[in-house]
Design a protein around this ligand. Structure first.
Ligand code: GUN
Ligand code: FE
Length: 431
């Protein structure tokens, strides 16, 4: 199948935050990987294109997992009784050390990429580990999966176990340059490097400065963590006493959106000044509700961020997040927002289903440019979902069917076709 075709079915998307648009038995046109819009009849000018009849199935935009750690999929669902700093020490770091072994990395990243392929994400922004060769192995695996992704070799030179501490800021910078050059040399079609200071505690000022220079040199995006957990935030205040707030540290080194795209995971405890800076710099926030519950980090004030006009998407944050499902991230985001509303007394209304669906599709997708809905001109990422894998006696509207499929977590079982940039990357012939 080439990259020009038409899908026919029940099309659901959120071109505008909070507004679910449903077109039953409609046609969505993909031309050379670009969406040409949704139509009730096939327009004359597209009459020559192949029509794939999806019957009564749902057709949704592909989702973006805006923050996750590939090496942590190996322990996903275990080690959940600690808060962030202790969890890093006892669960995350010991696993990440194993990626010094490239044979292990090849096996583990193969399993990870296979899971990504089966899920609802067509795009992802991913942390690897400090190991250059293993990080390139992850890029090979992601390229093969068909997803469009950013992969970052992680930079760390302090406050970490010796096995995960790069020798010096200079050697960490050299390794980062090597990673970037090699990944660009490999000529991937859909896999791109991203600069990845793990978080402020694990990067010296000297390393941050180097990463700022590398960002400028290669003009690449940046990913990191921000204001996630109280223990971490105290440590940042200790390590960078000169900073006005946590995010100020990244900004000082040219790693906070002003100069190029940046995504920061969490922002659970972001105050007013930090939120203002995030807005000024155009930083994306990756909201990771499962992770925030598991590490007892708290509940991010997403309603406030949306009201302020900040850019927000959703992340699974595997493996602090305990589910690789983006459908689950959508419902977790709604559910934690309800708890925050009830418990905080702040009057911040909970997220609606349509708002959370937007965050998972167009919200996070905007980090990649124009994708995440079926508007004219978007890169065509789509899921064909067979919600009949979970039978239901009642006759439901298409809107109800979509909400039910997401709440019941039918992504892995129900996706029968998945497209990224117009390419068919998954097709199930089991029904
Ligand atoms: N902060 C620094 N590293 C990590 C990590 O691996 N996971 C999460 N959730 N937060 C972090
Ligand atoms: Fe994370």
């Amino acid at each position: 199948m080439d990259k020009s075709f038409i899908l026919k079915g029940n099309i659901c998307h959120t071109p505008v935050p909070g507004q679910l648009v449903i077109r039953e038995n409609a046609f969505v046109v993909c031309e050379d990987g670009i969406c040409r819009g949704v139509f009730d009849e096939v327009p004359e000018r597209y009459a020559g294109l192949q029509v794939v009849d999806c019957g009564d199935r749902l057709i949704l935009p592909g989702m973006t997992d805006l923050h996750l750690h590939a090496p942590q999929y190996a322990f996903c669902g275990t080690g959940m009784d600690d808060e962030l700093l202790l969890w890093l020490e006892r669960t995350a770091f010991p696993e990440e050390m194993r990626y010094a072994d490239e044979a292990y990395a090849a096996r583990a990243y193969g399993v990870f990429a296979d899971r990504m392929k089966r899920g609802a994400a067509t795009r992802a922004v991913i942390f690897a580990t400090i190991h250059t060769k293993s990080s390139l192995i992850l890029m090979d695996c992601m390229e093969k999966s068909g997803l469009v992704s950013y992969v970052g070799k992680v930079s760390m030179d302090r406050e970490s176990p010796p096995e995960l501490t790069e020798e010096s800021a200079a050697s960490a910078a050299a390794a980062e340059r090597e990673f970037i050059r090699e990944s660009l040399d490999r000529g991937y079609e859909r896999t791109m490097p991203v600069i990845t200071p793990r978080f402020v505690p694990s990067c010296s000022d000297a390393l941050m400065e180097e990463l700022g220079k590398i960002r400028e040199e290669f003009d690449l995006p940046v990913q990191s963590h921000l204001s996630e957990n109280p223990g971490e935030i105290d440590l940042v205040a200790e390590l960078a006493p000169w900073s006005a707030f946590y995010g100020d540290v990244y900004d000082r080194f040219g790693l906070f959106g002003r100069q190029g795209r940046t995504v920061m995971a969490h922002c659970v405890h972001t105050g007013e000044k930090e939120a203002e800076r995030i807005k000024e710099c155009g930083v994306w926030i990756a909201h990771c509700p499962s992770s925030n519950m598991n590490l007892s980090s708290g509940i991010a004030p997403v309603r406030r961020y949306l009201d302020q006009g900040l850019r927000v998407g959703l992340g699974t944050d595997i493996g602090a997040g305990s589910s690789p499902s983006m459908f689950r991230a959508v419902t977790d985001a709604i559910q934690v927002s309800k708890l925050r509303w009830r418990l905080s007394g702040s009057g911040e209304r909970p997220l609606t289903f349509a708002e959370s669906f937007y965050l998972a599709t167009k919200g996070g997708g905007s980090f990649f440019g124009k994708t995440g809905s079926f508007e004219e001109g978007c890169e065509f990422d789509a899921l064909v979902l067979d919600d009949a894998v979970e039978p239901c006696a009642r006759r439901l509207s298409v809107r109800e069917r979509l909400e039910r499929a997401v709440y019941l977590g039918l992504d892995e079982r129900g996706i029968v076709m998945k497209f990224a940039r117009g390419g068919l990357i998954l097709e199930k012939k089991n029904r």
